[in-house]
Design a protein around this ligand. Structure first.
Ligand SMILES: CCCCCCCCCCCCCCCCCCCCCC(=O)SCCNC(=O)CCNC(=O)[C@H](O)C(C)(C)COP(=O)(O)OP(=O)(O)OC[C@H]1O[C@@H](n2cnc3c(N)ncnc32)[C@H](O)[C@@H]1OP(=O)(O)O
Ligand SMILES: NC(=O)C1=CN([C@@H]2O[C@H](COP(=O)(O)OP(=O)(O)OC[C@H]3O[C@@H](n4cnc5c(N)ncnc54)[C@H](OP(=O)(O)O)[C@@H]3O)[C@@H](O)[C@H]2O)C=CC1
Length: 515
């Protein structure tokens, strides 16, 4: 029997961000391995016209939870959705809900965050810093609390090249930032944002670093740990390979590549692609929760959940494997054939953006206009280029994350726990993982039917023919224009034609002689 699974039995667990990518996998694993847990409280807000209950119903009835229903048939009774908006004071929770949480919670997993890179600083501070502070305050009033696990990011200190498992101080105290957000108006905040974030690439990594400092400053007597995952990708093994349900990280760009929108990228091919499967992150998180509660380390331990130092993969290898998979299993209705062009040169980036991204979009929009339809490709392409520009910082650098605490934790686990809560990325086969990731994107994110693969392949063949036809026509037009304007081009043209004619005559003559 797994010690960690047994530990969560009978526990009341509070999860924030349970409706998010990582939160869902965390809940799934908890229910599957510890079906005798008492209750999971999840803080949820209504969204996109769905009530709390509808959101929970949708999660529990998704493919991800199919195995859970077998091992824990009463899962509906063990999940308690509590209305909460982490942007509001006291999370806008009712008094009864608050009291229940304070008196019953044994373990807290704080996953909620805004992960947008372009969020205004005020909003990012509210969710990634102030909400963390409020949750810690709540935690300090929970008499039964055994452990609080805060999910941060390995990029919270991405202004450094080598990152240790420690909390680094921020230039400005989080409290001062929180205070200033209360009285500064939006335009001033926007103006000072670049100065405040300094050498951090965006408000996301900056506020995640502030969040860690808040954890350190407000931890008091709590048993707290921080987990720092790098770029979280689809599931590796559990509950099944390739599950993914959002566009964050590489997923959106993989789709863009598969649909033929993204054909060139400013990326350093040999830079480490520090991806980490979401089930690996969840296994580590659960092991951390157990260790923190049982061993009560004296200080707040930070755990890096990264792959680069143990089993590195680079962007080139990843890109090529993505394309190889699309050869076998293409996406439906692609705009162009998938193709990859990695460049680190600024001029080449501009060139490829103009030739491979903007020009086809303009031509296609022209075609849409001609056929009486609404143009949309240029808008979509601009969005893609914006996304690319936001990601560039992360795909042109490599970082070294030390993993002493993570390795120490691994050595503390029993063989059974190492198997059930496996977070040893050395066992990961990248080519297999990436193939499953791409397949998962097709099946679970885009919900494309595998029966449509032959038609998708046919479509790619048609696109290839259109591509050849288009290039030939373009070449002939360009050549015709050149001949009309340049004597030299005409001379070259006559030289080539007469050369070919002579060659053919010679060939015919020599073959007649042989006979
Ligand atoms: C050339 C060949 C290629 C070959 C093969 C290819 C190989 C692949 C190579 C891969 C290299 C990967 C590098 C990853 C590096 C990650 C580093 C992470 C490090 C930190 C990790 C963390 O610790 S934290 C998690 C990361 N955090 C995010 O990753 C959020 C980002 N994101 C945003 O910051 C906003 O999204 C942003 C973008 C501002 C847009 O903002 P925006 O306002 O313009 O757009 P919106 O977000 O409102 O979305 C409007 C519509 O775009 C759709 N969409 C949203 N995202 C999309 C996306 N990525 N790709 C496509 N489509 C996307 C969405 O579904 C909407 O669609 P619709 O309109 O139909 O609903
Ligand atoms: N994905 C990644 O690549 C990485 C993620 N991380 C960290 O992991 C954690 C989880 O990320 P991930 O699951 O990918 O993110 P998601 O964007 O998928 O999920 C974010 C979660 O936070 C919730 N949330 C956001 N705002 C509020 C609010 N005002 N009130 C209540 N809940 C709110 C969301 O709820 P709702 O569904 O209602 O929007 C959602 O459940 C985050 O802390 C992130 O920083 C770290 C490294 C990499």
């Amino acid at each position: 029997m797994s010690t960690i699974a047994a530990f969560y039995g009978g526990k009341s667990i509070l999860i924030t961000g349970a409706t998010g990518f990582m939160g869902k996998v965390l809940m799934e694993k908890l229910f599957r391995t510890s079906p005798d847990l008492k209750v999971i409280y999840i803080l949820v807000r209504p969204k996109a016209g769905q009530t709390l209950q509808q959101r929970v119903f949708q999660i529990l009835n998704s493919k991800l939870f199919e195995k859970v229903k077998e091992v824990c048939p009463n899962v509906h009774e063990k999940i308690r959705a509590i209305y909460a908006d982490l942007n509001q004071n006291d999370f806008a929770m009712s008094e009864e809900d608050m009291q229940e949480l304070l008196s019953c919670t044994n373990i807290v997993f704080h996953c909620a965050a805004t992960v947008r890179f372009d969020d205004p600083l005020r909003h990012a501070v509210q969710l990634n810093v102030t909400a963390t502070q409020q949750l810690l305050l709540m935690a300090s009033q929970m008499p039964k609390l055994e452990a609080f696990v805060h999910i941060s990011t390995a990029f919270s200190n991405c202004n450094l090249k080598h990152i240790d498992e420690v909390i680094y101080p921020c230039p400005v105290e989080p409290k001062k930032i929180i205070d200033s957000m209360e009285w500064l108006d939006d335009s001033i905040i926007d103006e000072i944002t670049p100065k405040l974030i300094g050498d951090q690439p965006n408000t996301y990594t900056y506020t995640k670093a502030l969040g860690e400092m808040v954890v350190q400053q407000e931890s008091g007597n709590l048993n707290i740990a921080i987990v720092r995952p790098s770029i979280v990708g689809a599931t590796w093994q559990e509950p099944f390979p390739g599950w993914v349900d959002n566009l964050n990280g590489p997923s959106g760009l993989i789709i863009a590549a598969g649909k033929g929108f993204l054909r060139a990228i400013r990326a350093t091919p040999m830079a480490v692609a520090d991806l980490i499967p979401v089930d690996t992150v969840v296994n580590l998180t659960l092991a951390v929760g157990w260790y923190t509660a049982v061993h009560r380390p004296k200080s707040t331990l930070v755990y890096h959940c990264t792959s680069g130092n143990l089993n590195p993969c680079n962007w080139l290898k990843m890109g090529l494997q993505v394309l190889a998979t699309f050869e076998k299993i293409p996406l439906e209705r692609a705009f162009r054939r998938p193709y990859a062009n990695f460049t680190t040169n600024n001029f080449m980036t501009q060139y490829w953006n103009a030739v491979s991204h903007r020009a086809p979009a303009i031509i296609y929009d022209f075609y849409l206009r001609l056929t009486g339809r609404k143009p949309r490709m240029t808008k979509l392409m601009n969005r893609l280029l914006k996304t690319l520009s936001m990601m560039e910082y992360f795909i042109n650098r490599s970082w070294e994350w030390s993993t002493y605490n993570t390795e120490m934790l691994m050595s503390e686990l029993s063989p059974e726990d190492q198997r059930v809560f496996n977070f040893d990325v050395r066992q990961l086969n990248w080519l297999e993982y990436i193939e499953n990731y791409v397949l998962g994107i097709k099946k679970y994110l885009l919900k494309e039917d595998m029966a449509g693969i032959p038609e998708a392949k046919q479509h790619l063949k048609r696109l290839r023919n259109i591509h050849y036809l288009f290039n030939t026509a373009l070449f002939l037009i360009a050549w015709r224009l050149l001949i009309a304007r340049s004597q030299m081009a005409r001379n070259v043209w006559f030289f080539i034609v007469s050369f070919c004619y002579k060659f053919l005559s010679y060939f015919r003559a020599s073959s007649t002689l042989k006979v």
